[in-house]
Write a protein that binds this ligand. Structure first.
Ligand code: 3PG
Ligand code: MG
Length: 403
């Protein structure tokens, strides 16, 4: 692989895989974080005197159209990104409405230094997700060099994220600046964590987080578990959890994890108390209780005061922090306090010198909501990708360039 920073793109067409899978509602981008995160890479190529061909997926068009036939490919277009990206870059962005058409090839070939072309959604073609070689080869013709800057999609072995790399020699494929930064931050936590190393894992389901917790048992000194998934642990230990979320088929697994952690000397911290609601709604009546003693008719939607105090102390003593998943239903004001307090504790520990990495859509939305994104060491653009990285898996998007 080549080094992006040392590479001069003068006179070259850089084909950049970005992850512009951003939330778009009625044609308007509601969160442009991933687009802004790709700008430094694009700008460096342009500043060198190169041109840029951008390619991305958006959503899961073919699968969704199969399920909801009223949808069409047009509902999954990347067209709404064009205007916003032009504004962010301060230059016109061209668009080709079919990523492997003659139109795409002609527009790419005609690019002058400083010009940018965005291709329509790669997933209009089933060959993209299948990792089809011919499709990857066609795409590869659109650039002189290949840059993967799509960390958010690095866990997919798709044509544009992995297979395409085979069509470029070692000195013509590389990570972009975003990918470099993501990999560096993730590797620092995975391989060089200063201890104590606390992992904060939240979210609704244990089944989604089992692999990451198992892998972190080998790395972390402390694991904080919050969010809906905590109640599966409480029930597994014989607690009364009322109507709280629970995966009844995962009770043994939860006990197993606790046992493994004890054997390895890793401290698992569960929220001792909870904020309760009488229904899953923003206007629910609220109460509080020990998490092992949730009365019938109530459900835990946030961690309570004792849990906040305990978790904040553990976080405050940490030198490395990994955070994936919220502590409660922070989208609703009544149930945001736990997640907010944890975000504040992570920010305070970072200020004291800890290295903190936050990833996963919900936890990133939380640090943004509480205006703390620039008070943590690194905010990842990867959800699934970050999860799989910390599950210890090899990410195809990374391996394809490195090998
Ligand atoms: C994401 O947002 O998770 C990435 O862009 C990958 O998308 P996918 O989960 O549809 O592959
Ligand atoms: Mg995903």
């Amino acid at each position: 692989m080549s080094n992006f920073t040392n590479h001069s793109f003068k006179g070259q067409r850089a084909l950049i895989r970005v992850d512009f899978n951003v939330p778009i509602k009625n044609g308007t981008i509601t969160d442009d974080t991933r687009i802004r995160a790709a700008l430094p890479t694009i700008k460096k190529v342009l500043a060198d005197g190169g041109s840029v061909v951008l390619m991305s997926h958006w959503g899961r068009p073919l699968k969704d159209i199969e399920k909801k036939p009223h949808l069409t490919l047009a509902d999954f277009s990347l067209q709404p990104v064009v205007g916003h990206l032009s504004t962010l870059l301060g230059t016109d962005v061209q668009f080709s409405n079919d990523c492997i058409s003659d139109d795409a090839a002609q527009k790419a070939a005609a690019l002058q230094p400083g010009q940018v072309l965005l291709l329509e959604n790669l997933r209009y073609y089933k060959q993209e997700e299948k990792g089809d070689k011919k499709f990857a080869e066609k795409l590869s013709k659109l650039g002189d060099v290949y840059i993967n800057d799509a960390f958010g999609t690095a866990h997919r072995a798709h044509a544009s994220t992995a297979i395409i790399a085979d069509f470029f020699p070692g000195d013509k494929k590389m990570f972009g600046l975003l990918m470099e930064g993501e990999v560096k931050a993730a590797e620092q936590v995975m391989n060089n964590a200063r201890k104590p190393f606390t992992a904060i894992i939240g979210g609704a389901k244990v089944s989604d987080k089992i692999l990451i917790i198992e892998n972190l048992l080998e790395k972390a000194t402390d694991i904080i578990i919050g969010g809906g998934m905590a109640y599966t642990f409480f029930k597994a230990q014989g607690g009364q959890i009322g109507n709280s979320l629970c995966e009844d088929d995962r009770l043994d697994m939860a006990n197993d994890l606790l046992k493994k952690a004890a054997e390895k000397g890793v401290c698992i911290h569960l929220p001792a108390d909870s904020i309760l609601a009488d229904k899953f709604a923003a206007d629910a009546a609220t109460s509080s209780a020990l998490s092992m003693e949730v009365p019938e008719g109530w459900m835990g939607l946030d961690i309570g005061q004792m849990a906040i105090a305990n978790f904040s102390k553990v976080i405050g003593d940490s030198k490395t922090i990994l955070w994936n998943g919220p502590m409660g239903v922070f989208e609703m004001d009544k149930f945001q306090h736990g997640t907010k307090a944890i975000a504040e504790a992570v920010a305070a520990a970072t200020e004291k010198g800890a290295f903190s990495l936050v990833g996963g859509g919900d936890s990133v939305a939380a640090v943004n909501k509480f205006d703390l994104a620039d008070k943590v060491s690194y905010v990842s653009t990867g959800g699934g990708a970050m999860l799989e990285f910390f599950e210890g898996k090899t990410l195809p998007g990374i391996a394809a360039i490195k090998n």
